[in-house]
Ligand binder design. Structure first.
Ligand SMILES: [Cu+2]
Length: 171
């Protein structure tokens, strides 16, 4: 708790220092809204997750592999369907045809899953959406620790219309 407290204070200090450093009041006012800092009282906001107050939880189980493929036969995740257990992780690796990414359907994942899943996704491009990966060999691992059981459907942002969809069922 003491470390977390320091982190919050340091973050507030940095934010204040940033704002104070701007000479132009209009500039700092314009820069403030996108920062969207969590409320100072949000004790669990260690990662600053935009979609909730959960803290990332590391996987403790098996890491499953899903390839992200784009070639003459089309765009797909391989396998496109996977059954895992709570605490497992899924590693998505670019094989061909990038850019690819992983974006979960916020409206179909299990109730209560969103905050934890968002916290378990490093460097999101937007909530529940990974960055784009442009090079074969690049990988992105999502921990399914701390999430409810159920179906997690996802798609590739650049290839959604081309049918690049998948589903992870957490059992
Ligand atoms: Cu793709």
């Amino acid at each position: 708790m003491r470390n977390l407290g320091r982190g919050v204070i340091a973050g507030a200090f940095l934010a204040a220092a940033c704002g104070g450093g701007a000479k132009n009041a209009d500039t700092s006012a314009a820069a403030a809204p996108p920062a969207a800092q969590p409320a100072p009282g949000a004790t669990a906001a260690a990662g600053g997750a935009a979609a909730g107050t959960a803290t990332a939880m590391a996987a403790t189980g098996k890491t499953w592999e899903v390839k992200m493929v784009g070639d003459a036969s089309g765009y797909k995740y391989d396998p496109a369907s996977l059954n895992i257990k709570v605490g497992d992780a899924v590693k998505f690796t670019v094989v061909s045809g990038p850019p690819h990414n992983v974006s979960f359907y916020a409206d179909s994942i299990p109730a209560g899953a969103q905050a934890q899943l968002a916290a378990n996704m490093p460097s999101p491009m937007s909530p529940l959406t990974s960055p784009l990966f442009n090079n074969p060999g690049e990988a992105y691992t999502v921990s399914f620790a701390g999430v409810p059981k159920g179906a997690y459907k996802f798609f590739c942002t650049p290839h959604q219309a081309l049918g690049m969809h998948g589903q992870i069922t957490v059992q």
